[in-house]
Design a protein around this ligand. Structure first.
Ligand code: ADP
Length: 635
């Protein structure tokens, strides 16, 4: 008998196939089961128009047999089978898909269920098997044939004995190595796991005879004698796949419990989801989706390890466990899956070409999530706030990232803590509540709310009865800077020089006069702070505090802190301004030192007040010892 060589290009392809197309060896089972399901689909399709097929839908099944003694795994289907020519063409030429040809010949549109189209899946068997035998009898043929191969060296086709129509694939598993335990694929438990992971929603039952054991009932005598029962083995045929995916069921048939149960099982989260949504999209591309918002952020959510993404199915077969392209980063917390028949799969069924349909689906998913969140914000405020505490920071990053390209989509979903009772508010709520004479949206930044509340810079704004947004996350100020304004109201940091608060002309003039009077003193102090603060001025905003630190220009003190905490040598500096409260006792003290001409002492005071202001801001000071010595000296 002559051993045929694979077609020249096939050899290389097969080698590549075995070693590089797939990242996980375990998917061979998914590929073989998908082929079996395709073959059954083809015969089922024929049976609809051809009475001679003599099969009912319930008769079709895929069977799995695992035998550890002979290290063989058998996948058997009663589908359409292959003639010797088909064995030759389909399995002798890699990348020749009989399924695609069948689709084209029968002018099937994309709605049919046939999965295969690339003509490579079958060879994934060689990732785990040293020898593959295919025994097949085609529908309408009297003779069965056997195709046999041990990999790149070629294959043989001979006549074989098989009574029924269909195909048997027999894999003789590779020997175990230190790294790979191929024998695992013969464990019932492992097989069950793989089927429920990859092939749960194949439309035909995948059956396996499973051996269980049970105690043999004891006779009354033996029972009385206290004997322990012996065990006997028995075999039960189990169907390993659930066939109809939850997301393809009618929404009206499903209860909240079904969705929640599915979530906790599938996504290994023991907390029930906060929200779920079942999407059925009949447009083009058509898809079904189940989307979940977890109630708690996964433990690794804020680490590099976390991978966003939705599961992607094509016709009920899992293609990708985490399809990142389906979720924007700012909705990266969403869990769930998408199933579509309209995707163009690439060669390994693993990755999709970045195709148009996928993009359209992603867009529509994003809209759904955004609408769900808006609905929750409007109708279930408490729930939304719960959600916000878990995942809000992500959305604030979303506002900032990409130079604010998504800010419009997100601005109505973000919340900040308000100085009014420390409640969370939306920007819309803030702006709606603004009194007429309020020009800006005020915000203050700091490590904690308690700290912000003590900031002297908030005094004037609060005295005016204006609300302040408290920002404690480092991304916050970057996000509002990116927004720049909301409903035509600009954002203003309470530490910035112009607060747009209506001037008290009299006070202005008084301060101006005082500043002119103290010009020399302020100059000496500024000299003392050379390289630290750009200016020393008299404050219009301070009420009770002696000093505060503010900034001029683009970079605020908080931004300076955040940017300098980032990796790399940033060395960003805000233009700092030391403000002194002219109503405070300390001002009189400074004046008398200045009048006495003790410039040395004045410089020491300048340094001490500056350091004090830094501490109030929550900034770290360079030399605490020096500061402490300075205080003692001046006391
Ligand atoms: P694909 O499934 O992507 O077309 P495969 O390499 O997995 O590619 O299979 C090649 C071809 O072999 C299939 O298109 C199909 O025509 C045929 N084939 C594979 N397995 C079976 C089977 N169990 N029954 C009938 N035909 C099969």
């Amino acid at each position: 008998m002559e051993t045929k060589q694979f077609k020249a290009e096939s050899k290389r392809l097969l080698d590549m196939m075995i070693h590089s197309i797939y990242t996980h060896k375990e998917i061979f089972l998914r590929e073989l089961i998908s082929n079996a399901s395709d073959a059954i689909d083809k015969l089922y399709f024929k049976s609809l128009t051809d009475d001679k097929v003599g099969m009912n839908k319930e008769d079709f099944a895929i069977r799995i047999y695992a035998d550890k003694d002979s290290r063989t795994l058998k996948i058997v289907d009663n589908g359409i089978g292959m003639t010797s020519e088909e064995l030759e063409n389909n399995l002798g030429t890699i990348a020749n898909s009989g399924s695609l040809k069948f689709k084209n010949e029968n002018k099937l549109d994309d709605d049919n269920q046939i999965i295969g189209q690339f003509g490579v899946g079958f060879y994934s068997a060689f990732m785990v098997a040293k020898k593959v035998t295919v025994i097949s009898k085609a529908y309408g043929s009297d003779t069965a044939y056997q195709w046999e191969s041990e990999g790149v060296d070629g294959y043989t086709i001979t006549e074989a004995a098989k009574d029924t129509v269909g195909t048997e694939i027999i894999l003789e598993m590779l020997d175990d190595t230190d790294d790979e335990k191929y024998g695992e694929f013969l464990d019932t438990y492992r097989i069950k796991g793989l089927i429920s992971k990859y092939s749960d929603y194949i439309r035909f039952p995948i059956k396996m005879d499973i051996t269980h054991s049970r105690p043999i009932e004891l006779s009354e005598e033996d029972k009385a004698a206290g004997k322990t029962p012996e065990y006997e083995e028995y075999i039960e045929t189990e169907t390993l796949n659930s066939m109809v995916p939850l997301w393809k069921k009618n929404r009206s048939e499903l209860k909240e419990e079904d969705y929640k149960h599915f979530y906790t099982e599938k996504f290994y989260d023991y907390n029930s989801p906060l929200k779920y949504s079942h999407v059925v999209n009949e447009g083009m591309p058509s898809y079904n989706a189940l989307l979940y918002i977890p109630s708690k952020a996964p433990f690794d959510y804020y680490s590099k390890e976390y991978q966003k993404g939705l599961q992607l199915y094509s016709n009920g077969v899992l293609i990708m466990d985490k399809c990142e392209d389906l979720l924007p980063d700012y909705f990266g917390f969403v869990k769930g899956l998408v199933d579509s028949e309209d995707l163009s799969l690439n060669i390994s069924r693993e990755m999709l070409q970045h195709d148009r349909q996928l993009k359209v689906i992603a867009k529509s998913i994003e809209k759904t999530i955004s609408n769900e969140l808006k609905k929750m914000l409007k109708n279930e405020r408490e729930k939304y706030e719960e959600f916000w505490k878990e995942f809000g920071i992500q959305m604030k990053f979303g506002v900032y990232n990409g130079y604010g390209i998504n800010k419009e989509k997100l601005q109505d979903l973000i919340l900040f803590t308000s100085s009014n009772e420390n409640k969370l508010v939306t920007l819309d709520e803030y702006v709606t509540g603004m009194p007429e004479d309020q020009k800006y949206i005020y915000y203050a930044t700091g490590e904690t709310i308690a700290r912000i509340e003590q900031l002297p810079q908030t005094e004037l704004v609060k005295d005016k009865g204006f609300e302040i947004l408290y920002m404690t996350d480092s991304v916050d100020e970057f996000a509002v800077r990116m927004l720049a304004s909301y409903k035509e109201k600009e954002f203003r940091n309470v530490s910035s020089d112009d607060l747009g608060i209506e001037k008290d002309e009299k006070q202005e003039e008084e301060i101006k006069a005082k500043e002119a009077e103290s010009a020399d003193m302020l100059k000496v102090m500024a000299e003392a702070l050379d390289g630290k603060a750009a200016k020393v001025v008299l404050s219009k905003r301070l009420k009770s505090h002696p000093v505060c630190l503010t900034s001029e220009g683009e970079i605020s003190l908080e931004m300076e802190k955040v940017l300098n905490a980032m990796p790399g040598d940033q060395n960003v500096k805000a233009q700092r301004v030391l403000e002194i409260n002219p109503e405070h006792e300390i001002f009189g003290k400074l004046k008398s030192i200045s009048e006495a001409g003790d410039n040395d002492k004045l410089k020491k005071y300048a340094n001490m007040l500056y350091t004090q202001a830094m501490l109030i801001e929550g900034m770290t000071i360079d030399n605490p010892v020096e500061f402490s010595n300075l205080i003692c000296e001046l006391m």
